[in-house]
Design a protein around this ligand. Structure first.
Ligand SMILES: [Zn+2]
Length: 315
């Protein structure tokens, strides 16, 4: 075996990582690189020319050195400023772009998630800032869309959350059980969709099924009565009889969705501790997003920063 080149480390072929920390540091070594990337991605392919909204045509833009926090490029014809961070989740944030990109990197490089507490330590920001960054990434960049599932789809409901404990350390006293119902659907070998729901009644779950599952799909569920009408609704419905102690009967099982639940619960239990119902959607976004991009040829990180540049922020 040739000696490793320590100046240009290569990712082991066997590594699961699609984008290692070495590659991140090489591609985005500092704040300036991140700003330049945002400028080129959003406005200016060559880094100089961009369409000026005031002039209405393409113009040369010049970067003026400024002590201002909001860095901008200026139209050489009319003086209009373009701010690369305007309208993104980075807008008006006092946290550097470099730390934002690193937070996104961390979120995409873990399997089970990373807590705001750990981000606080890694970035040297306050807990409030760390939490807010994760919140914006989850609710604006990792949003669940209109995924349509077909073929073989497993669906299941579960309860997640939220046991609030008080009392002396080591002697926790459970004062409130705030578990929230969650409904999930996964296409075998494909994508997953998961949302917090009011309850698990047919009236509540049906719109999710109608929106996300194509007619004539084969649906696998347990024997819960909510699903009894699916046959009449144009689906092929196969039920597993958990009550009789049967968990797998040939291809009739709900293992895929149950595996997804255990991934979410392991993460929330071990990393995020108690998750309030209000924020559960954000966490589900994060887990479904990682699951749905697990086989992306393109690194998850790059997909996500591209979204941060191109999807208008709502905050
Ligand atoms: Zn102009």
């Amino acid at each position: 075996m040739p000696p490793a080149n320590r100046k240009n480390p290569q990712r082991a072929a066997s590594s699961e990582s699609q984008y290692s920390i070495v590659e991140f540091v090489r591609d985005f070594p500092d704040d300036e690189t991140c700003l330049q990337w945002l400028w080129r991605t959003r406005y200016s392919e060559d880094g100089v020319h961009a369409r000026c909204p005031q002039c209405g045509v393409e113009r040369a833009f010049k970067r003026y050195e400024t002590a201002q926090q909001r860095q901008s490029w200026t139209c050489t014809a009319c003086g209009t400023h373009l701010h690369p961070t305007a309208g993104t989740i980075y807008h008006k944030s006092s946290t550097s772009l470099h730390l934002w990109f690193y937070a996104i990197y961390l979120m995409t490089s873990t399997r089970c998630g990373i807590s705001a507490k750990q981000l606080e330590r890694e970035l040297g920001v306050t807990y409030k800032t760390a939490w807010r960054m994760f919140h914006l990434i989850r609710t604006e960049l990792m949003t669940q869309g209109d995924d349509v599932l077909s073929g073989e789809v497993e669906m299941d409901e579960t309860w997640i959350g939220g046991v609030v404990r008080t009392g002396r350390p080591g002697r926790p006293r459970i004062v409130e059980d705030t578990k929230t119902a969650v409904f999930g659907m996964v296409e075998r070998g494909g994508r997953v969709v998961a949302y917090p729901v009011e309850d698990t009644s047919r009236i509540t779950l049906d719109p999710y099924i109608a929106k996300h599952v194509l007619p004539e799909t084969t649906i696998y569920t347990d024997e819960y009565t909510t699903y009894l009408h699916l046959d009449k609704a144009g689906y092929t419905h196969r039920r597993i009889r958990h009550k009789s102690g049967v968990y797998v009967d040939g291809d009739v099982h709900t293992n895929s969705i149950e595996n997804f639940w255990s991934l979410v619960k392991r993460g929330i239990g071990g990393v995020y501790h108690a998750v309030s119902a209000k924020h559960l959607l954000g966490y589900l976004n994060e887990y479904t997003w990682r699951f749905n991009h697990r086989q992306d040829g393109q690194a998850m990180f790059l997909t996500l920063i591209l979204r941060s540049a191109l999807v208008p922020s709502l905050h």
